[in-house]
Design a protein around this ligand. Structure first.
Ligand code: XMP
Length: 506
């Protein structure tokens, strides 16, 4: 178990993901909330920070229970911190160093730099520099502009690096983390999907005993993996509810329900389409639509959940990025998404909450799902927003518009699959615009709807870029849509990045 102390860097979560990729479990804690009991931690990593150690309000935690007692690696701010407050000196540098650099003078070729060659590319992002090493400091590597790019402290397992091993552009970053964690600190690489499944299933059995659990399935990866884990632990004591809000993709309700039943889940499908459409009638403001959908979802879910007698737990597919407590320096380094599929727990349902995925990153959820034999097609599904097509139909919603958009979306998504593009895209969908445009079909003048197609690349939805889909694919898709979907006479492709645009249009 590895402790990562967060000083507010935008890269802190990346450090954790790299560590987990080495099959090592780690936890992120804010620098000002160091766990009192450190006995389970075998090594500690200090993250970067947007602030300077020289600033008045610089983070200055007491590391006396850590430094010299546990293997310690300071990254960027962490490295400067270990220098500045231990007899060294950090000064503003003449050259702000951002981007690529090459390592020279590697000294610790058996230790921190094992299997890393002189000249290896690293990624820098700092404006201060370590002008003097701390007491006992031994320089291990430099770059053209940074004399003290890496150092260690003699007679301690304390290491520090100015560059960021967690980012993709530091070519040997993962090797360096492996050297530190496995070879120097002796941490065991035993955090595997199989081990996670075993321990989690055992813990869930223990926690839940003979009680009953209710879980809302959405068709997405997180709720499905959470359900299968619980199913392994408590079998039929798990009651799943899958609500059709009438805003799902074409055939999705019946297909997914069937798939869930095939997995042996005890699942009740509830078709509440009409209730949702009623609640949406006349609403065109995006936030009002979201609120109406959230409210009806809670009503429907609550009706169903309370009809199952003796339920004491509510299970949720919450994942680690939603629960990491972020350090706010200039606002939080990670903007936690405010939208959730399950609109939260209504007060009157006094259920205990169980969240089997709360320590996992999204890619780990997929790996755990694969380990349990969940279909790769389901695990590879694009994200789909909780309010579904409601936020892709701009303006007011009608049943007819939903059905037009379902057809358009279906042609687009099936096309992506057929052209082997689906897995290259992070998320794709179609938007129904609130305008009509003139067209001609045969000898007739038409005045019909415009749809926009959107396909983006992203890693977490926070930033995204449009995908350069082949013209031939766009051509075929546009033809199919206009020829087959009545009411649409024009197709456009969205070429905006996020920021400044968002992925959804509402
Ligand atoms: P935006 O449009 O904010 O989308 O760039 C980022 C990601 O979030 C999804 N999204 C939502 N998901 N409820 C959800 O469950 C919502 O209200 C919602 N709005 C956007 C969007 O599909 C994308 O993956």
């Amino acid at each position: 178990n590895v402790l990562i102390l967060d000083f507010g860097s935008q890269y802190t979560q990346l450090i954790a993901r790299r560590v987990r990729e080495l099959n090592i479990y780690c936890e992120i804690h804010p620098y000002h909330k160091i766990p009192e009991d450190l006995s389970s931690f075998k090594a500690v990593i200090l993250s970067g920070s947007p602030l300077s150690v020289r600033a008045e309000d610089a983070a200055h935690p007491d590391l006396s229970e850590i430094k010299g007692k546990l293997p310690l690696l300071g990254v960027c701010y962490g490295a400067q911190y270990l220098a500045h407050f231990n007899g060294g000196n950090v000064a503003p540098s003449d050259i702000r160093e951002y981007g690529r650099a090459k390592l020279t003078m590697i000294k610790d070729a058996e230790g921190l730099f094992a299997n890393i060659a002189e000249g290896s590319q690293v990624w820098m992002s700092h404006s201060d520099t370590i002008a003097a090493l701390p007491t006992g400091g031994v320089r291990l590597a430099s770059t053209a502009d940074v004399m003290n790019a890496a150092y260690r402290i003699e007679d301690e397992e304390t290491y520090a690096i100015q560059f960021h091993p967690e980012v993709y552009h530091t070519t040997d970053g993962k090797q360096l983390l492996e050297n530190f964690l496995i070879h120097i600190a002796g941490v065991e690489a035993s955090w595997t999907p199989a081990a996670f499944v075993d321990t989690t299933v055992a813990a869930l059995k223990e926690q839940i005993g003979n009680e009953k659990v209710v879980l809302g399935l959405s068709g997405g990866v997180d709720s499905t993996v959470a359900a299968i884990l619980l199913h392994k632990a408590i079998g039929k004591q798990l009651h799943c509810i899958f609500v059709n809000n009438g805003l799902l993709r074409k055939n999705e309700y019946s297909d997914v329900l069937l798939q869930y039943k095939g997995m042996g889940l005890n699942v009740k499908g509830v078709d509440a389409s009409a209730r949702f459409l009623d609640a949406l009638a006349g609403k065109s403001d995006p936030e009002e639509k979201r609120k109406a959908i959230g409210r009806v979802f809670i009503e429907v879910f609550d009706d169903e959940a309370t009809s199952i007698t003796g339920v004491t737990y509510l299970a949720q597919g919450t994942i680690y990025p939603d629960v990491i407590e972020s350090v706010s320096v200039n606002g939080p380094s990670v903007t936690i998404k405010s939208h959730h599929n399950v609109g939260g727990l209504p007060d009157f349902m006094k259920l205990k909450v169980v969240e089997p995925l709360r320590m996992l990153f999204k890619d780990e959820v997929r790996r755990v799902g694969a380990e349990m034999g969940i279909d790769s097609k389901l695990l590879g599904r694009h994200p789909f927003p909780g309010p579904g097509l409601a936020i892709r139909i701009l303006g007011a919603i009608t049943a007819e518009k939903v059905s037009i958009l379902q057809e358009v979306d279906h042609i687009f998504i099936e096309g992506l699959r057929k052209w082997n593009l689906y897995d290259k895209v992070w998320q794709a969908g179609a938007m129904l615009l609130p305008v009509n445009s003139v067209g001609v079909m045969g000898d007739e003048r038409t005045y019909e709807k415009v749809v926009a197609l959107r396909a983006v690349e992203s890693t977490d939805g926070m930033t995204a870029d449009w995908v350069n889909l082949p013209y031939e694919f766009l051509q075929e898709t546009s033809n199919h849509i206009i020829n087959r979907v009545k009411g649409v006479n024009r197709v456009v492709y969205d070429i905006s990045s996020k920021p400044p645009a968002t992925i959804e249009w509402e």
